[in-house]
Write a protein that binds this ligand. Structure first.
Ligand SMILES: Nc1nc2c(c(=O)[nH]1)N[C@H]1C(S)=C(S)[C@@H](COP(=O)(O)O)O[C@H]1N2
Ligand SMILES: [Mo]
Length: 408
């Protein structure tokens, strides 16, 4: 078991201490109880507070350097997460404010025939595409891992879903021309470590995924510019894949003829080979025992009621969200008898196969404790797990959520 101190240290370990910071001051803190996910470690309960970063509504602060803020359950009552309620995740503490007028992305690398520089206006002059997609941190729900594991102790809220607009990465790569020997495309953001020993956050994608028509360099989120803390002026969007690939403040794109190295590709962001039912592979990075995390696993959440909520006995509507790695949600099942029998929930608005899918279900609450469990199935027949598939980084937690409603 980890002590409170080691968990908190681990949560901030990417920063390896403090250093010069470019973070603006926080202007609002709240004394209200923090709506934490049941099951997160005691250390989180002792230290997490609700705090509003500039331009944001209050989020649950798990660390400030680097900024890691998750959304409370109540922000997930709609399939689109508003920009000011969207979670924030960084590995590095030095996060510059970028002037959109001077901003540019360098595009090249030894796996490309040419090179270029793109300004924000250049990107906006290219054909624009829109996709509604879930951005979920690989470590979402890590705080619920049993036993607990080091890293940011996220509850349910290290995720959000937005309508992203931007240029296709494929069209950008077409400008420079990929050589046949290109294996990966690497990305870097303008943020940097506050401390020299911390490795810069560089991530790569296999060429096939970079060329996928859904992979965008987005400069708009829900119809407005990207919030600073979500990657302004432009970031990568990799619908279906976990947030680690969604490089914010994107400033460099390189075609590689050899696999990208570095801490953030290996050992970070890896899952044991064969443990999860994953279709999308990242072959150039695979080893005998681990593979990079790729697509999200199918998942769902009750968002209308928190665990332990008080309700009136009789008919009540519960609702929530379901999502997966981009195959789409086929159905959501609800059980009120601890998983013995299941009923089908009604699915709501379909914003596309990469989006949060809302669902609702009417149940008859009897006086006393009512257990409610939820399980989503995606279009390729994958379902959630009944118990945790443990892994050392706490990734891919899609254990069926169970809440108790207390009816009177
Ligand atoms: N430049 C940069 N981009 C980044 C990161 C980062 O630390 N720096 N973190 C990644 C991770 S792990 C996640 S989960 C998402 C989070 O996106 P958000 O902060 O907009 O919610 O950003 C990704 N892009
Ligand atoms: Mo993440």
């Amino acid at each position: 078991m980890l002590t409170r101190r080691s968990l908190l240290q681990a949560a901030g370990s990417a920063a390896l201490g403090t250093g010069a910071l470019a973070l603006p001051e926080i202007f609002q803190a709240s004394a209200d109880p923090v709506p934490l996910t049941p099951g997160v470690p005691d250390g989180v309960k002792a230290s997490a507070v609700m705090e509003a970063l500039p331009g944001k509504k209050p989020l649950i602060k798990l660390s400030y350097r680097p900024p890691n803020y998750e959304a409370p359950l109540e922000y997930f009552r709609t399939p689109i997460t508003p920009n000011d309620q969207f979670f924030v995740r960084y590995h590095l503490s030095n996060i510059p404010e970028i002037d959109p007028k001077t901003y540019k992305i360098e595009v090249g690398g030894e796996g490309a025939s040419g090179q270029t520089e793109l300004t924000l206006d250049d990107l906006k002059a290219m054909p624009a595409y829109e996709v509604v997609a879930v951005n979920q941190c690989s470590g979402n729900r890590r705080g619920l891992s049993n036993p607990h594991v080091p890293g940011v102790q996220w509850g349910y809220g290290a995720m959000g879903c937005a309508r992203w607009k931007g240029a296709r990465l494929k069209d950008v790569l077409n400008i420079i021309g990929l050589k046949p020997e290109a294996v990966e495309i690497a990305f870097n953001g303008a943020d940097g470590p506050a401390y020299e020993k911390t490795p810069d956050f560089i991530k790569s994608l296999p060429v096939w995924r970079a060329l996928d028509e859904s992979t965008l360099i987005a400069y708009e989120m829900n119809g407005g510019p990207l919030p600073h803390f979500n990657g302004a002026p432009a970031r990568l969007i990799v619908p279906g894949w976990t947030g680690t690939y969604w490089m914010k403040h994107l400033v460099s794109i390189k075609a590689l003829t050899k696999p990208q190295g570095g801490f953030w590709m290996n050992p970070a962001y890896r899952i044991p080979v064969g443990e999860f039912p994953i279709v999308a592979r990242f072959v150039s990075q695979e080893t005998a025992t681990t593979t990079p995390i790729t697509e999200m696993v199918v998942n769902s959440l009750i968002t209308s009621h928190a665990d332990g909520a008080k309700v009136k006995a009789g008919k009540i509507t519960i609702s929530g969200l379901a999502w997966d790695g981009g195959y789409g949600i086929r159905n959501v099942h609800v059980s009120t008898d601890g998983g013995k029998t299941w009923s089908t929930a009604t699915l709501g608005q379909d914003l596309g196969r990469y989006a949060f899918r809302p669902w609702r279900f009417v149940l008859n609450a009897k006086r006393g404790a009512n257990s409610v469990m939820v399980n989503a199935t995606n279009a390729i027949g994958q379902t959630q797990t009944a118990s945790l598939l443990f892994n050392p980084a706490g990734y891919h937690n899609n254990v069926m959520q169970s809440v108790t409603l207390n009816a009177s």
